[in-house]
Design a protein around this ligand. Structure first.
Ligand code: FAD
Ligand code: NAP
Length: 455
């Protein structure tokens, strides 16, 4: 790993609190996953690291205003939108994106007024078969008393207590061997007390599952084994439906309440191996309609460009939802090449995380990928390639960083949050949690967070 001696890093975060999806995405009943926050704490302890919370880059301060004060800017702002299905009924009341629902139960300020209608009926349909879909299914089906001990918000607990949802159908457009979820998440759903799994169609598997690659074989074993409890003993159930592409989401004409989700039945394309991970499918003439009082779209997140990208030469690929980059995290623009080693590289600009790779990857892979981006910055620095403000071979940045723009940001009415401030919020959340016998009770609004700091 290359290092830049004496480098200083300012990290901007739009919320007062750090950790992104580790705080607002990772499911509350997976606290062990959040241990990666300890690594973050170690980095934040460096005197050359500066956390600047509650400052939204591109909105509270323009990128062009930031540029003169830095040698490099790395974009690592994740994916703030979700993929749409593009089908009729997608925007009906009762249709939620998994991103909204996950943000809501995890206390993300933006979604605290969501009010998901969990009391509208008994059937929920989730479209998409990734791990986020299984997170949503698990939260809907887990007894509230189990969740009570986690850091899920009190508001979410209250709404989940009144939930009437009894059956959760997780629907994918391809087969079980192409599903995106992983074995641990499927197994967890098989172990929720009082929840049964509807057996899956065995014909979707090869006669001898032992011959499948290890990852698929383990998932197959879990799914074919199913749950021990019989439907008679269970009050709730879940199922996986395969080879169904979403066609429309339907509501009753009178009340406007959601009634069903209609899918086009799919078949494996001629010539494709239905048991390969990358098998492709084609639509048939047939459809299936599943009753639904609630529907979730869980087909992936999506990154968007920041305002002011064009001011500093950052390209954006709206289709892939990424900043174009070489595989190392250098931002590339075709107009900048060809030529030297870093041909196409927009000097001084780098990216990491989901905005670099697209919205897939677990924390471990995202971290490895971010280390690679950091390494390439250090390598470029050693190689003396142009950086943000290089002119005639001289690095001309003011080197002021945050100090160069602080006054303007504060002048815009923004109250920046320091790492020490965050530690105070952390303590306050833990105290609120203690009273409720849970690890923390998160602040639900930015206003509450700032009021706590300025009290
Ligand atoms: C619902 C869900 C559950 C998951 N659960 C797991 C799990 O259990 N285990 C696992 O290994 N992985 C899990 N993942 C994957 C993991 O969360 C991601 O791999 C990782 O968080 C991506 O990191 P990132 O830095 O790209 O994005 P994020 O974690 O989203 O971080 C981006 C940060 O940028 C901030 N930001 C955005 N715009 C701006 C702006 N304009 N200015 C300043 N700041 C801004 C955001 O507020 C956010 O804090 C889960 C993902 C999701 C969606
Ligand atoms: N516990 C954990 O470790 C955990 C928890 C949550 C999230 N994560 C990670 O976070 C990342 C994001 O997860 P994710 O679930 O949002 O995304 P994902 O893993 O990419 O899954 C998206 C799912 O949506 C389907 N899909 C996409 N477009 C569709 C469409 N138009 N119609 C129907 N289905 C469609 C995909 O099917 P196709 O395959 O056919 O495209 C896939 O089943 C993943 O890497 C995941 O592993 C991890």
């Amino acid at each position: 790993m290359h290092k830049v001696q004496d480098a200083r890093v300012d990290m901007y975060e739009q919320l007062p609190v750090p950790y992104g999806l580790v705080r607002f995405g990772v499911a509350p009943d997976h606290p062990e996953v959040k241990n990666c926050q300890d690594t973050f704490e170690e980095v934040a302890a460096s005197p050359r690291f500066n956390y600047i919370g509650n400052v939204r880059v591109g909105y509270d301060i323009g990128l062009a205003k930031m540029k003169p004060h830095y040698d490099a800017i790395l974009f690592s702002y994740g994916a703030s939108e979700d993929r749409k299905l593009g089908i009729p009924g997608e925007d009906l009341p009762g249709v939620l994106s998994a991103r909204e629902f996950v943000g809501w139960y995890n206390g993300l300020p933006q979604f605290q007024s969501l009010a998901p209608g969990l009391d509208a009926g008994e059937q929920a349909v989730i479209i998409g078969q990734g791990n986020v879909a299984l997170d949503v299914a698990r939260i809907l089906l887990t007894p509230v008393d189990v969740l009570r001990k986690t850091d899920i918000t009190e508001q979410a607990l209250q709404v989940l207590s009144g939930s009437r949802v009894k059956s959760v159908k997780v629907v994918g457009r391809r087969g079980p061997l192409q599903a995106a979820f992983t074995v641990k998440e499927a197994r967890e759903l098989m172990h929720i007390p009082g929840v049964t799994f509807e057996p899956i169609d065995q014909s979707l598997y090869p006669p001898d599952i032992k011959k499948l690659p290890r990852v698929q074989r383990r998932i197959a074993e879990v799914l074919l084994k199913g749950t021990q409890a019989s439907p008679q003993e269970s009050c709730k159930s879940w199922s996986l439906s395969f080879l169904k592409a979403p066609k429309s989401i339907d509501a009753s004409e009178g009340s406007g309440h959601l009634t069903s989700v209609t899918f086009t039945n799919q078949a494996f394309s001629p010539g494709t191996d239905p048991f390969s991970k990358s098998a492709s499918v084609t639509p048939t003439e047939e459809t299936s309609a599943y009753p639904a009082s609630l529907a979730f779209r869980s087909v992936g997140y999506k990154s968007a460009a920041l305002p002011g990208f064009s001011d500093i030469g950052v390209p954006f690929d709206p289709k892939l939802g990424i900043i174009p980059n070489d595989p190392y995290g250098r931002v590339i623009a075709p107009s900048e090449g060809p030529g030297a080693l870093t041909a196409g590289h927009v000097p001084g600009l780098y990216c990491a995380g989901w905005v670099k790779r697209g919205p897939t990857g677990v924390i471990a892979s995202t971290m490895q990928d971010a280390f690679a981006s950091a390494d390439v910055i250090a390598q470029d620095w050693e190689s003396d390639v142009p950086f943000l403000n290089t002119d005639k071979g001289e690095k001309q940045s003011t080197g002021l960083g945050w100090d160069g723009i602080k006054e303007e940001v504060i002048g815009n009415g923004v109250r920046p949050v320091s790492w020490e401030d965050w530690k105070r919020l952390d303590q306050a959340e833990r105290s609120r949690g203690k009273e409720l016998s849970k690890e923390r009770e998160k602040f639900k609004t930015v206003e509450d967070m700032l009021a706590t700091l300025d009290r």
